[in-house]
Design a binder for this molecule. Structure first.
Ligand code: MG
Ligand code: MG
Length: 611
C-alpha cells in the first residue's frame, strides 16, 4: 500500500523532513500546519519541493474547533476555513483533517455538529477539497471513532468523510471491529501510531509517547485489518508525536518509520517480504581494540585459547568450548577504544537472512573480505553493531573459520573451531556465549528492539528499568525462541560521557560459576568486588549457608531466582567499554539478573578512577 508520514513525526526543518521522508521511500506526507508556518518556503515552493522528491501531499492538518458552536462563532470558523482552503489549493493538498472540537463553546448536539460539518464540506467542495473528520480521544463531546462516523453519516455530504487514528481509537479502548461497518469510501484517511501501554492522561500520552507501529503495546495490525476489510483505499500514514523522535536525526528516524510500516503490512497480510530466518546460535563476538594485551589477558585467565589467526587481517580467534571471541586490532579499532563491534550469528540460511534484512531496510554492509575469504553477508544494527550471517557447521556453505589459520603450536582449527556438540564443563569451563549486552544510543532503544524482532525474527521480552547511581538504565532482551541467541539491549542515562552508560558485555556460560571465578582469579584475573551490604541482604532473602555466602562475597558472585530456576553470575574488570560476565543458569531461569544490575553498576562506578 501507499505509505505516508506526518511531518510532525520527524525532526528538523520542513525541507529536512521532506527529504528524509522521500529518501526512506515514503510516497506521501501529511503537512503539519506548524511546519508550514515556520518554513521560509511559499506554499508553491513546498508543493514543487514535494513533487521533486516524488512525494504527494496526502493531508493538510489540523483544523481545530470547527463544529457544534453558536452560529456567529461558526461563521468565523468558516472564514478561517476558507482561508486555509485557499492555502491548500496553492499547496496542492486536497484533504484536510478536522479534529473533533475541544472548544468550551462547543455544545453536545450531534445534529448541529452534522449540519455545520456539512456546511464546511460544501465550502470545501468549491475548492476541490475533502474534509476528514477525526475524533480526538479527548474531544469535548466527540471522542470515539464511531461517534465521529455517525455525525459524518448524518451530515451526508460527499466531501465529508472520517479520519481514523489508531491511537485515538485504541487509547480509548474502543473496539475497532466496528470500523468494518463504515463504507470504505467514507474513510478518507488512516493515521497510525502505536504507544506503550501506560496509565496516564490520554492527551499527554498522545503528545509525548506515541511511537511507530510495533514499538508499543497496541494491536495496530489488527486495526489495519478492519480498515482494509472496510474497503479503505488510501495510504497508511504515520502520525507520531514523540519527545525522542523530535530530537533524533530525521534520516534514520524516517527509515525506522518506513520499516515499521513494512513489518505492519506483513503482520496484516498486506505484504510478503522474505520470511525471517531466525539465527540458531552465536558464531562469534568480535571485539575491536587498539591494544590486544588487556583483553587477551582476561580471555586467557577465563580459560580461552588463542586458536587461530585470520589469514589476511590482524584478527585473532580465541576459543573455549563453543564460545568464540574475535579480537581485532585492525584499523577499525583505532577510534573508539575497546568495543564489541560485530556479532556472528549462525544462520540456517545466511543469504535468506540477508535478503530479509535488506527488504526491511537494514543497511547492508560492503563485504570487507579478501577475494579468497568465505563470503559473509552482514548488516548494521541501529547502534552500528555489525551483524554477520554465518553458515552453520552442518551447512555445505563456506564456513567463516576457513578464513583463519591455526595459531602457532596450536592444533588445527579449521575444523576444530566448528561445533562439536554441547560439552558439559564440570570444571568451571566456559561452554558457550550465554548472551551479549549492547548499549544503544538513547534515542534508538525502541527501534533497536523492533529491528531485532523484525529483521532477525527474535522475540522481545518486557523492558525493565534499572537504577544506575547516575541515572536510569532501561534494558530489554531479544532472544531466539529456543534461547540459543540472547541479546540484552540497554540504554543508559541520556547522553553521557560516562563510560558506564556505554558499556557492553559478553556473558559466558559455565556449569559452575564458583569454580570458574576461582580459576579466573588464580590465573591473575580481577573480578568486580561487590559491596558487603549486598550479601547481608541475600542472607535475609534466601537460606544460604554461611560458607556459601562467604564464597559468593569473596568472589563477587550475585544471585537471582525466578519461578523456573536460579542464576549466579559475576563480572570481570572493564577494559574501555567492555567487560565479561560469567553466568551459571540452573533450571529454566530465563532472565539476566536484572535485580542485581543496580549493585553491579554502582560497583563499576566505584572502580573507575576519580578525577
Ligand atoms: Mg490524528
Ligand atoms: Mg548480563
Amino acid at each position: 500500500m501507499r505509505t505516508s508520514i506526518a511531518t510532525v513525526s520527524l525532526s528538523g526543518s520542513l525541507t529536512e523532513k521532506l527529504t528524509a521522508a522521500s529518501r526512506a521511500g515514503f510516497d506521501g506526507v501529511e503537512i503539519f500546519e506548524n511546519d508550514l508556518l515556520a518554513s521560509p518556503l511559499t506554499p508553491e515552493e513546498i508543493r514543487a519541493r514535494c513533487a521533486d522528491l516524488g512525494l504527494t501531499i496526502d493531508l493538510y492538518q489540523p483544523m481545530r474547533d470547527i463544529e457544534a458552536v453558536p452560529s456567529d462563532e461558526f461563521d468565523r470558523n468558516l472564514r478561517r476555513a476558507e482561508h486555509k482552503f485557499r492555502l491548500m489549493r496553492r499547496l496542492g493538498a486536497d484533504t484536510v483533517l478536522v479534529c473533533s472540537s475541544v472548544s468550551p463553546l462547543a455544545v453536545d448536539d450531534d445534529e448541529l455538529a452534522a449540519r455545520q460539518l456539512r456546511r464546511l464540506a460544501e465550502l470545501a467542495q468549491d475548492f476541490g477539497i475533502r474534509v476528514a473528520y477525526e475524533a480526538l480521544a479527548w474531544g469535548r463531546h466527540v471522542s470515539t471513532y464511531d461517534h465521529a462516523w455517525s455525525i459524518v453519516e448524518q451530515a451526508g455530504h460527499p466531501a465529508l468523510g472520517t479520519c481514523l487514528d489508531s491511537f485515538h481509537i485504541l487509547a480509548r479502548g474502543s473496539d475497532p471491529k466496528g470500523i468494518e461497518d463504515i463504507p470504505g469510501e467514507k474513510i478518507f484517511f488512516l493515521q497510525l501510531a502505536d504507544a506503550p501501554l501506560m496509565a496516564m492522561d490520554v492527551l499527554q500520552w498522545s503528545r509525548h509517547y506515541r511511537c511507530f507501529p510495533g514499538q508499543g503495546g497496541f494491536d495496530i495490525a489488527g486495526l489495519v485489518g478492519h480498515v482494509i476489510r472496510a474497503g479503505y483505499q488510501g495510504p497508511l500514514s504515520l502520525e507520531v508525536f514523540n519527545d525522542v523522535f523530535r530530537q533524533a536525526e530525521a534520516g534514520p528516524t524516517a527509515v525506522d518509520a518506513q520499516r515499521s510500516l513494512l513489518v505492519l503490512q506483513e503482520a496484516a497480510g498486506l505484504a510478503e517480504p522474505p520470511a525471517p530466518v531466525v539465527p540458531s546460535g552465536i558464531a562469534f563476538a568480535e571485539l575491536v581494540t587498539p591494544d590486544a594485551e588487556p583483553v587477551s589477558a582476561i580471555l586467557e585467565a577465563l580459560g580461552f585459547t588463542r586458536t587461530a589467526r585470520h589469514r589476511g587481517k590482524p584478527v585473532d580467534l580465541w576459543q573455549q568450548g563453543e564460545a568464540r571471541v574475535l579480537l581485532n586490532t585492525g584499523p577499525a579499532a583505532r577510534r573508539d577504544g575497546t568495543s564489541l563491534a560485530a556479532i556472528g550469528l549462525e544462520s540456517p540460511d545466511p543469504a535468506g537472512a540477508a535478503r530479509r534484512a535488506e527488504a526491511l531496510l537494514a543497511p547492508v554492509l560492503p563485504r570487507r573480505r579478501a577475494p579468497e575469504d568465505a563470503p559473509l553477508d552482514a548488516v548494521a544494527a541501529p547502534d552500528g553493531t555489525e551483524l554477520f550471517f554465518c553458515a552453520t557447521d552442518s551447512s555445505e556453505l563456506p564456513h567463516w573459520t576457513s578464513d583463519f589459520e591455526p595459531a602457532e603450536h596450536q592444533p588445527p582449527t579449521h575444523h576444530g573451531a566448528r561445533r562439536t556438540g554441547h560439552k558439559p564443563s564440570p570444571d568451571g569451563g566456559v561452554h558457550h556465549i550465554d548472551h551479549l549486552a549492547l548499549t544503544q544510543p538513547w534515542h534508538q532503544f525502541d527501534e533497536a528492539a523492533l529491528f531485532h524482532r523484525s529483521v532477525l525474527g527474535f522475540g522481545a521480552q518486557e523492558s525493565v528499568d534499572v537504577a544506575d547511581p547516575y541515572g536510569l538504565l532501561r534494558s530489554r532482551a531479544v532472544t531466539s525462541a529456543d534461547g540459543s541467541v540472547r541479546i540484552a539491549l540497554g540504554v543508559g542515562p541520556a547522553p553521557t560521557a560516562d563510560e558506564g552508560g556505554r558499556a557492553q558485555h559478553i556473558a559466558l556460560a559455565t556449569d559452575d560459576v564458583v569454580t570458574a571465578a576461582r580459576r579466573f582469579r588464580a590465573a591473575g584475573g580481577r573480578l568486580l568486588p561487590m559491596p558487603p551490604n549486598y550479601y547481608d541482604d541475600l542472607a535475609a532473602r534466601y537460606e544460604f549457608t554461611d560458607d556459601e555466602l562467604e564464597t559468593y562475597r569473596e568472589l563477587g558472585i550475585l544471585y537471582d531466582r525466578d519461578a523456573d530456576g536460579e542464576f549466579r553470575h559475576c563480572y570481570t574488570e572493564t577494559v574501555d567499554r567492555v567487560f565479561f560476565e560469567l553466568v551459571q543458569r540452573d533450571g529454566g531461569y530465563r532472565g539476566y539478573g536484572a535485580p542485581n544490575a543496580p549493585v553491579r553498576l554502582a560497583a563499576q562506578h566505584a572502580r573507575r578512577p576519580v578525577g
